[in-house]
Design a protein around this ligand. Structure first.
Ligand code: SF4
Ligand code: SF4
Length: 442
């Protein structure tokens, strides 16, 4: 429930301050969360450190952040990939993943490693979507909708719209089930994690989260279905109870599992493929929901499931501990090549972008689970519109090819300038402090 003092809603700054007071008084500094953390053995400094010292360094910084965090604690805080293996290890029921999410926000507030991230990201997303979609489809994902009563809001998050076909395929499944829904997504409906965790701006982050939660409520939904695990962890774990809401918040795969009897009846078309399924350890339930959905598809043979570290691919999760990620990714690639599978099944948007590039390099196809669900329903899945640009470096030619869609979507940018920034847009350089030409100061 929402906490209020003198009828004034708490700010996110005071919410984080209360969360830290709780952590500082309840954490016994036993170090068990560091002992079980799988990223620790992959970093020489962390592996040589005392677990008690590592966690104490995080807590000391949060007590007084005027001094930098000690080195091993800072490495642990940054490299946390959100895998959740520490959560059951804590003897006093603290969620160490949440502790490090909160600590990362304070580090960002002090050091500003990714300045103006939201503005840069929003502009990059608009350009990338405009290169792929006709205006009607782009508007469906990016534009704010007028409130109307629906049973379900499908909340895509910001970054998933870079791979629009995944979301359109998921919406096709909702439509096949006859779900009364509206879609909300893109930077106009950000969950607030970019401002809070990446920019360290709790004031703005709190307002953005509150505005998006409020907008969900204007549709009077029974359930908001999310796609993106970063949004999910931010809204349902890191800032859980910051604001009270009148709807359930679930992952779309849970919603589909609850309707699996209906789906089974609609799965009329065999999908005769042998596949490896890519899942993640963090938010384990989502991966297992996908496994269950895949097992229900007629004709589909699951050769293996490979669970990769973190809760998602990409710099917000698995990429934070690159050596660990690369080790398991090599197993994924080897399994696909060794068994000569028809496809590797991707989980989230960031997974799909990355795995599709690996597939192109190593000669295997990557399909998202929503694509396979649509095939089983006897429909044609939406095409992977990023594929036409994947792996290319002829940026001027890409701008020329995309010019009609860019113009139709109202992107008025000098073609040479766009060709210059495209490498950074495709590399999502703003997540590493880059894409500075989109900074409002420059
Ligand atoms: S969530 Fe995973 S990576 Fe992060 S601290 Fe816990 S065990 Fe380590
Ligand atoms: S396991 Fe729990 S009590 Fe022990 S150091 Fe980690 S967060 Fe604190």
């Amino acid at each position: 429930m929402e906490t209020q003092q003198n009828n004034v809603p708490q700010t996110l700054t005071s919410f984080y301050a209360h969360a830290w007071e709780d952590l500082l008084s309840n954490c016994t500094r036993c170090g068990k969360c560091v002992e079980v953390c799988p990223v620790v053995p992959f970093d020489a400094t962390l592996a040589a450190a005392q677990p008690v010292d590592v966690v104490t360094g995080v807590l000391d910084f949060m007590k007084d952040s005027s001094q930098p965090m000690r080195e091993d604690s800072a490495l642990w805080t940054y490299q946390c990939n959100g895998c959740d293996e520490c959560i059951p290890a804590c003897p006093v029921d603290i969620n160490p993943r949440r502790m490090l999410m909160l600590a990362n926000a304070e580090v960002s507030a002090k050091t500003h490693p990714t300045p103006h991230m939201f503005q840069k990201m929003a502009r990059a997303i608009r350009i990338l979507v405009s290169m792929q979609l006709v205006p009607e489809d782009a508007a469906r994902l990016l534009k704010l909708k007028k409130p109307k009563d629906v049973d379900v809001v499908f909340f895509t998050g910001c970054n998933p719209v870079r791979t629009p076909q995944l979301l359109f395929n998921a919406m096709s499944v909702l439509e096949a089930l006859g779900v009364n829904y509206e879609v909300m997504g893109g930077p106009a409906s950000c969950c607030g994690v970019i401002h809070s965790k990446w920019e360290g701006d709790l004031q703005r982050g709190g307002k953005v989260s509150e505005q998006t939660l409020h907008r969900f409520g204007t549709f009077n939904p029974k359930t908001v279905l999310n796609w993106c695990p970063s949004c999910s962890i931010h809204l349902t774990e890191t800032i859980k109870d910051y604001r009270s809401v009148s709807f359930d918040f679930d992952h779309i795969t849970k919603f589909l599992i609850e309707r699996e009897d209906e789906l089974h009846k609609l799965f009329t078309t065999p999908v005769n493929m042998r596949v490896v399924v890519h899942t993640h350890h963090g938010m384990h339930d989502v991966g297992q929901n996908v496994m269950r959905l895949m097992r229900a598809i007629p004709g589909l043979t699951i050769v293996d499931e490979i669970e990769e570290p973190g809760y998602m691919c990409g710099v917000s999760s698995a990429e934070r501990a690159p050596a660990l990620k690369e080790q398991v990714r090599a197993q994924t690639i080897a399994r696909c090549k060794q068994d000569d599978v028809d496809a590797l099944v991707s989980l989230y948007h960031a997974c799909h972008r990355q795995l599709a590039s690996d597939g192109k390099t190593h000669g295997f196809q990557v399909l998202n689970y929503a694509d396979l669900l649509v095939r089983a329903l006897g429909m044609e899945p939406y095409a992977d519109t990023l594929e036409q640009f994947r792996g290319r470096t002829d940026y001027r030619e890409m701008v020329r090819e995309a010019a009609p869609l860019l113009e139709a979507n109202g992107i008025d940018m000098d073609p040479d300038e766009l060709a210059r920034v495209l490498p950074e847009i495709f590399a999502m350089a703003e997540w590493r402090g880059g894409l500075c030409s989109f900074s409002p100061e420059e």
